[in-house]
Design a protein around this ligand. Structure first.
Ligand code: KIV
Length: 263
């Protein structure tokens, strides 16, 4: 088993697992210093490409951004989202996951669950492609952004789904927008770690979309904590730059190039 994955598994019931998303080398380089897992999420469809959902993101898009992110990673586990339509059956999933792994040298792929694709996880794991599952609100399959597993029956169903993902061989599972009580029960019933987003502190680890926690995306539901308002900071900087250019205050003599020095 991949050493980095062993390390993640070992953290269950000991220390919280820290995860964030990255789509570029520069961001990955910063996250790598702190995170256990860096995810190249298909959330890039909304955040980066301005699309209304993740459904049309291509494998090529994901590969391009993973190649960039990989350049910034030295120690974190690099997990990559399989886009919608790239794993609709075992054969297609294996072909695309192998392509993704071989081209990018990522450590693992993430697959959203539709409560049916357990055999796909099993076959990928058999082919030495580690898999992270994803249950609860799964944007590739569900239309409505709502809390999942809130009632007794729904909780039972979600727990069953999580157990099947574990049995299929996944090394961890993302719980997105799962009710606190359901997160608690699922985390207790699984041997593999749960990674929560909008799913309370009962999970073994947490993930956020980095652009959300940095205040860049404009998407701030209740479960997001904005650690900085980069939108505000960048707006201020751009305003100052605009003023300087208009008033001929930038570039200054010290910024002029000469034949001997470029830096
Ligand atoms: O695409 C993504 O960023 C994700 C996280 C929200 C878990 O799947």
């Amino acid at each position: 088993m991949n050493k980095k994955i062993k390390k993640i598994l070992f953290k269950k019931n000991k220390t919280k697992i820290v995860c964030l998303t990255a789509y570029s080398k520069s961001m990955a380089k910063i996250l790598d210093k702190f995170c256990d897992i860096v995810l190249v999420g298909d959330s890039m469809a909304n955040v980066l490409y301005g699309l209304k959902n993740t459904h049309t993101l291509s494998l090529k898009n994901i590969i391009q951004h993973t190649l960039s992110v990989k350049k910034g990673i030295t120690k974190s586990l690099l997990v990559v989202d399989m886009p919608k339509g790239t794993y609709q059956n075992v054969k297609i999933a294996k072909k695309n996951a192998l392509l993704l792994k071989n081209l990018t040298k990522c450590d693992a792929v993430k697959i959203e669950s539709n409560n049916k694709n357990f055999q796909i996880i099993k076959e990928l794991v058999k082919s030495e492609i580690p898999v992270m599952g994803h249950i609860g609100y799964t944007p590739q399959f569900k239309k409505k952004f709502k809390i999942e597993g809130a009632t007794g029956e729904k909780l039972k169903k979600l727990n069953k789904e999580a157990l099947k993902i574990e049995k299929a061989g996944a090394f961890s599972v993302v719980l997105e927008c799962v009710a606190p009580n359901a997160s608690k029960i699922i985390t207790k019933s699984l041997k593999i770690p749960t990674i929560g987003i909008g799913s309370s502190s009962y999970c073994d680890g947490q993930i956020l979309v980095t652009d959300d926690m940095l205040g860049l995306s404009g998407f701030y539901p209740k479960f997001i904590k904005k650690y900085v308002d980069l939108n505000k900071i960048i707006t201020k900087a751009v305003k100052r730059y605009t003023k300087d250019v208009r008033n001929n205050k930038f570039p200054k003599k010290k910024n002029f190039l000469n034949v001997t020095r470029i830096r």
